[in-house]
Every structure is written in C-alpha cells, then in structure tokens.
Design a protein around this ligand. Structure first.
Ligand code: NDP
Ligand code: KPL
Length: 359
C-alpha cells in the first residue's frame, strides 16, 4: 500500500521503519529537508528492536508534502496534537477523495483537523481515524536511529465521519494487522487517549524532583503508590465521561498498562519501558509535549467534556489548575476544549450526529 508518514519525531521514525519493513511503499516527509541528516545521506534509517539492528529504506524522503501524500491510500501522522493545525494548513491543497489520515493518538484531532481542513477550503471526502496511543513505544537514539521497545497489540480506533468507519479502518488495518479495534467515532477514540491520564500526575506530582535532580525517571522512581492512586482517580473520571456519553466498554483502564499484558501494548510494556532506559529525558515544564499536548490539549479537553456532559471531574480540574499555575496560563480557557473547538452549543446527541457525517 502507498503510505505517507508525516513528521520527524520518535513515532514518525518508528512508523517509517516498521511500515517500510513490512513491504509498504513509504514516503517520509519532514518540514525541513536538512533535518533528515544521516537518513537522507544513507537513504535509510536504522531500526533497533528485540531482533537487533538493521537499515530500513523508505521509498522516498521529501520535504514536499504534496509529493508525499500524492496517491497515498493512508497518511500516518504520529505527531503531538499541537502540530495538527499546521499540518491541516499544509495538507489542505493536496488531499483527494477517500484518503485516510491516521492520528496515533489524536486528542480529538479527527474532528479538529477535519474542521480545520474544511475551513481552509479542502472539500475532499477524506476520513480521519484516531486511536488511544502510539503503535510503538519508541525513542530516537540519534538523527538516524530509532529504538522500538515494543509495539501495540490493541489499538481502539474511531473515525470521523463515523459513517465511513468500516471503510477507513480497513485501510488502517492493512498497515496495523490484527491490532485495530473499532470504536464508535472520533470522540470515543479521543477518550481512549492515555497521554492525558498518565502524564499529568507523573509530571505535576514529580515537579520537585524533576527540577532538582539531573536525572529522574518519572516511570520508575517517579511512579509511586500515591501517584498511581491519582492515575486511578483521573482514569475513573475519563471512564465516567465515556459512560455518560454512551460509549461502550472496553474502556482500556490505565491500571492494565501497569498490571496486565492485556492493555494497548501488552507484554507488561511498562516494565520494558523502564528497563529500556530510553525514558530518562529532560523535562521542561513550558515546552515538553507532556505539558503542551497532554495537559494543554488532552486534559483541558477532558475537563471541558466533563463540564459539558455534567460528569464531575474534580481530579482532572485540579491537575489542570495546578498546570495553569506552573505555566502562568489559563489552560482551561485557552486549551483544546469543547468551547475552543466551537462545540459548546451541541447536545451530546447532536454532537454524535455531526461526528457521524463529519464537519
Ligand atoms: N514516543 C512514544 O513512545 C509515545 C508517544 N506517544 C504519542 O505519540 C505522538 C508522537 O510522539 P513522539 O513521536 O514521541 O513525539 P515527538 O516529541 O518525538 O515529536 C516531535 C516531532 O513533531 C514534529 N512537529 C512538531 N511540530 C510540528 C508541526 N507544526 N508540523 C509538523 N511537524 C511538527 C517535529 O518534526 P520535525 O523535527 O521534522 O520538525 C518533531 O520532531 C504524540 O502524540 C505522543 O503523545 C504515545 C505513547 C508513546
Ligand atoms: C509510553 C508513554 C505512555 C510513557 O510516557 C508515552 O506516552 C510516551 O513515551 O510519551
């Protein structure tokens, strides 16, 4: 299948590596050609995983997004949600009917990007799917190498427009065989996103050690019983919103990520992540995606959905207020919310009807 992979982050490198190795024709796009560095020099990137190290070659490497998506059945954009507005603007002139965009994860980008594309004059009959996490636990080791710790075995995925779910998920499943689990629509897919549940307690409750020590692993020494209890309470609020909106189980409780092999990654992925040592990274509270994506967009969305649907979310609201104090910004007012997305006047039933057809 012809696949475009957009972006230059950890997930994008992992996507290029796995999808090219699986035999797909992969075009790899980044904003700046020079950032490909050694990948452009070799025409390949280096993949490290449990099978060892090898070179993988995409079909084409380009900074021309039109060339990347031309004729692609699937466009994979494993980027932080704050990239979606830019991406919609760049993609608007190039998309054609029946192309599928996959956002792993999406933070309700399935709706937000489609609305942004329409606002930019793109009327192509495209479909946008979003899922609950990145299909890889992955980190770039350098500009030419990606390490994949593990791969997702279960990807709950929703589509906007939801009436075309079957068609869109057939395309996505060709790239991710045996992993895609259909959910009702793009909002149900967004409410599977683990980032806004796992990261706010981990970074806000570890703020002191993160800023004090040179090295602090939020997933190891930073994951203690009290923090896990806050995860549990916050995740309970996410699930309560799903139930209030009538979305069906399984809800993929985050506790399963820590305790079972049956969560999105399976195979006791949390232990593997800690063992890999790849997650010891510098965390800047202003700019890191845990703040800019998972809190300013994902947690803000959750709080606003709670208020809009009449579902109490005191833990989510409390964490969002603390994050606002840390950054000095009103993230409830300015984040990605029901209000800033222009959806506040919809009833839940009207919103679902709109998501079935698409904006
Ligand atoms: N990595 C992981 O293991 C996991 C990640 N996730 C989620 O997966 C997604 C991807 O994560 P990850 O790859 O680690 O993220 P990264 O922080 O590695 O992504 C950063 C990349 O995003 C690109 N980017 C940023 N802004 C823009 C923009 N405006 N337009 C185009 N590209 C942009 C940049 O590409 P360039 O350098 O080319 O400019 C940059 O390299 C996120 O939603 C994350 O929350 C979820 C679970 C696990
Ligand atoms: C794997 C996980 C959940 C841990 O932080 C993640 O989202 C990330 O690496 O960004």
């Amino acid at each position: 299948m012809k696949i475009a992979v957009l972006g230059g982050g950890n997930g994008c490198y992992a996507a290029v590596a796995d999808l090219a190795e699986a035999g797909h024709q992969v075009r790899f796009w980044r904003r700046n050609y020079r950032d490909f560095g050694p990948v452009a020099e070799r025409g390949a990137l280096i993949l490290r995983d449990s099978k060892g190290e090898r070179e993988v070659r995409p079909d084409r490497i380009t900074d021309d997004i039109g060339e990347a998506v031309d004729g692609a059945a699937l466009i994979v954009a494993p980027l932080p949600a704050f990239a979606q507005a830019d991406l919609a603007e760049r993609l608007a002139p190039h998309l054609t009917d029946d192309q599928v965009i996959f956002l792993p994860p999406g933070t309700f980008g399935s709706y937000a990007m489609l609305a942004a594309l329409r606002a930019k004059g793109c009327n192509a009959a495209i479909m946008i799917a979003e899922t609950g996490t990145l299909p890889w636990l992955a980190r770039k080791r350098d500009a030419g190498t990606v390490a994949i710790t593990t791969r997702a075995s279960r990807l709950p995925t929703g589509v906007v427009p939801a009436r075309r779910s079957e068609e869109a998920l057939k395309v996505v499943a060709e790239a991710f065989p045996n992993a895609i689990e259909p959910v009702e629509d793009g909002l149900s897919g967004a409410l599977m996103n683990a980032g806004p549940i796992i990261h706010p307690p981990l970074i806000l409750m570890n703020a002191g050690p993160i800023e004090h020590f040179d090295r602090w692993d939020i997933h190891n020494e930073g994951t203690q019983l009290s923090i896990r209890r806050v995860h549990g309470a916050l995740d309970g609020e996410r699930i309560a919103i799903r139930e209030r909106l009538g979305y069906a189980p399984p809800h993929f409780p985050l506790a399963d990520h820590y305790e079972t092999s049956n969560w999105m990654y399976g195979h006791l992925a949390h232990d593997r992540l800690v063992d890999s040592g790849d997650w010891h990274e510098t965390l800047d509270f202003e700019s890191h995606r845990y703040m800019r994506e998972d809190i300013a967009m994902g947690l803000a969305l959750l709080v606003s959905l709670g208020e809009w649907s009449g579902t109490p979310c005191p833990v989510a609201a409390g964490l969002l207020s603390i994050a606002s104090a840390v950054t000095g910004e009103d993230l409830r007012a300015n984040g990605r919310t029901v209000e800033t997305l222009g959806l506040a006047d919809y009833s839940p039933a009207d919103l679902k009807a709109m998501l079935a057809e698409g904006p």
